[in-house]
Design a protein around this ligand. Structure first.
Ligand code: SGN
Ligand code: CA
Length: 543
């Protein structure tokens, strides 16, 4: 990242995350222009490994990276509960799941509770949410909402426009962006500051690329992660999951190997060409469309790409490791192709902000509802408190603010208080997140204020799809302690992230980590008390 820019105060390169320090450049307090508007772009399941600015080399995302080029790349950004609905509830309320009540994807969000969009409305903001919502109840606190049904569909999706359902032709990422631009240009009250939540369905399962991106990664080098063949030794919860690319990813449903002869079998029970569905929406109002909800014209382009791959796959009759590695490459190729469209559409929004002058008074955020596995541990999906899914990308541009990297531990419960503080609204005491506004402005905390040294996490959805056991835990800048509990499991895991960043060696009970373990237990107790999570009392039978 280039740090040279004329007329900008260069801050000294900085130290550790403990006090929320950063490396980069910031402006002195007096120069900071005050942004009023907020555009919060959140995709679904976009891993930080697949954003160019994070430097993993899997894909370039030149548009998303524009936020880091003139703003901040948060290098330690995490969620509180790595799954969609809960993550969205954490965002809206600034509270952990046990406080906002939306602990897993089977819940219905209680829209009568306090949320930051409601508080912004009261402060004179115009608010909107466009795209994936996934909280079952109708949005509250928004002047305009136009949301995808359920998980949403990639092709010709159904939107609910302030209560009215309609199928919109096209590709979800484009349409979501079109609706957002339309709201920005034509629908909002130009006299009011605004807050727009722009939530993409992409790149969620089943990773269906836009037609123009089909094959964009054919022939790309997609190296297997070192721990693709993880044996999960010493980690019973990791051994018990159902999210392995080799064993659980479906050839037809996930990887589109739907042959007309019906010879390729699917483990989902949806056998045969024409009966499979790539789409995941509960909504059936697109019945005139082909499976996958494409028009016959779209489906013809789709088939022209996948048919030869299907034929080759059948001819090759792969088994064992060769099959697992083929699945990994197909998965990555589809997933990365889907991201090309996300990046292109982020570019459209940023271009409009620049053209219209909004670039100078709008805070722009790009993030995801959680991270995702790109074959690490052999997996797809998320849920675990392990790094790939606990982390989420976070890039932010605050006009006239800090430019560089920030390594402070931030979490998705922090957005609500940040937006409120920025809007001059007093942050209610029951909000559990911390405002990271001063990082946006200067790259550091205010004088005399210390930033958090650890993060709390709690995942609840078991029994459930992918069979990830319930767990909670604490992460510091170096260590992680996790407790998997309930049903058939009661196991602890401890990692030294500096020595073992891939979390392959569970050190719990290791004598040389006795003191670290004790310290982490104390820190976990402190966080559970501070956040008022009743789980320990529940487990000990006191509740
Ligand atoms: C769907 C997916 C799962 C995924 C959950 C949660 N299955 O149920 O693979 O873990 O969503 O994802 S699918 O067959 O319907 O695609 S979340 O991000 O929305 O929480
Ligand atoms: Ca998600």
């Amino acid at each position: 990242m280039a740090f040279a820019a004329a007329g900008i105060l260069i801050l000294p390169a900085a130290c550790t995350s403990q006090n929320g320090t950063a490396k980069g450049e910031g402006q002195s307090g007096n120069d900071i222009r005050k942004p009023l508007n907020i555009i919060y772009i959140m995709s679904d399941d976009h891993s930080w490994q697949t954003i160019g600015a994070y430097g993993h080399g899997l894909i370039e995302t030149p548009n998303i990276d524009r936020l880091a080029d003139s703003g901040i790349l948060f290098t330690n950004s995490f969620v509180a509960n790595s799954i969609s609905g809960p993550s969205r509830a954490c965002l809206l309320t600034g509270k952990h799941s046990h406080k906002n009540g939306f602990t897993d994807n089977t819940r219905t969000f209680d829209g009568s509770q306090q949320t930051f969009p409601k508080l912004l409305q009261q402060a004179g903001y115009e608010t909107a949410v466009i795209g994936k919502w996934h909280l079952t109840s109708e949005p509250t606190g928004f002047d305009y909402w136009n949301i995808l049904t359920g998980q949403g569909d990639y092709y010709n999706p159904t939107f609910i426009d302030n209560g009215r359902k309609k199928v919109i032709p096209g590709y979800a990422t484009d349409i979501t962006t079109d609706l957002a631009l339309d709201w920005l240009k034509n629908r909002r009250d130009p006299e009011k500051p605004f807050c727009l939540l722009l939530h993409h369905k992409a790149p969620h399962r089943t990773w269906m690329p836009d037609l123009q991106d089909l094959g964009a990664f054919d022939g790309a080098e997609l190296p297997l992660p070192d721990n693709f063949y993880d044996d999960y030794a010493g980690r019973p919860a990791a051994a018990a999951q159902e999210m392995e690319i080799g064993r659980h990813m479906d050839l037809v449903y996930d990887l589109k190997m739907a042959d007309r002869e019906g010879e390729i079998h699917t483990s989902t029970g949806l056998e045969g060409y024409g009966r499979y569905m790539y789409s995941t929406s509960e909504d059936n109002s697109g019945e005139s469309l082909t499976p996958g909800r494409m028009t016959p014209e779209q489906k013809a382009v789709w088939d022209a790409y996948y048919d030869p791959i299907i034929e080759q796959f059948k001819a090759d009759s792969l088994t064992g490791k060769a099959l697992a590695e083929w699945k990994y490459r197909r998965y990555m190729s589809d997933y990365l192709s889907v991201i090309r469209s996300v990046d292109r559409n982020v570019g459209r929004v940023l271009d409009y902000l620049m053209e219209s002058g909004l670039w100078d008074n709008t805070l722009v955020i790009y993030t995801s509802d959680q991270g995702f596995y790109m074959g690490e541990h052999g997996w797809f999906d998320k849920r675990f408190m392990y790094e790939e899914s606990f982390r989420t990308p976070l890039l932010a541009r605050y006009p006239g603010g800090f430019h560089g990297e920030v390594d402070a531990l931030v979490q998705n419960i922090d957005h609500a208080p940040t937006f409120l503080e920025m809007a001059g609204v007093t942050v209610p005491d029951d909000i559990q997140g911390e405002s990271y506004l001063s990082f946006l402005r200067t790259g550091r905390t205010e004088k005399g204020r210390h930033w958090r040294k650890s993060l709390y996490y709690h995942f609840y959805e078991f029994p459930g799809e992918h069979a990830v056991r319930r767990h909670y835990g604490v992460r510091t800048d170096r260590y992680k302690l996790i407790h998997f509990y309930g049903h058939d499991i009661d196991s602890w895991e401890l990692y030294d992230l500096r020595k073992d960043p891939s979390e392959m060696h569970n050190l719990y009970g290791d004598r040389s980590y006795r003191r670290v373990q004790r310290r982490l237990h104390r820190e976990l107790d402190r966080l559970q008390e501070m956040y008022d999570d009743p789980v320990r009392e529940e487990l000990s039978g006191k509740i």
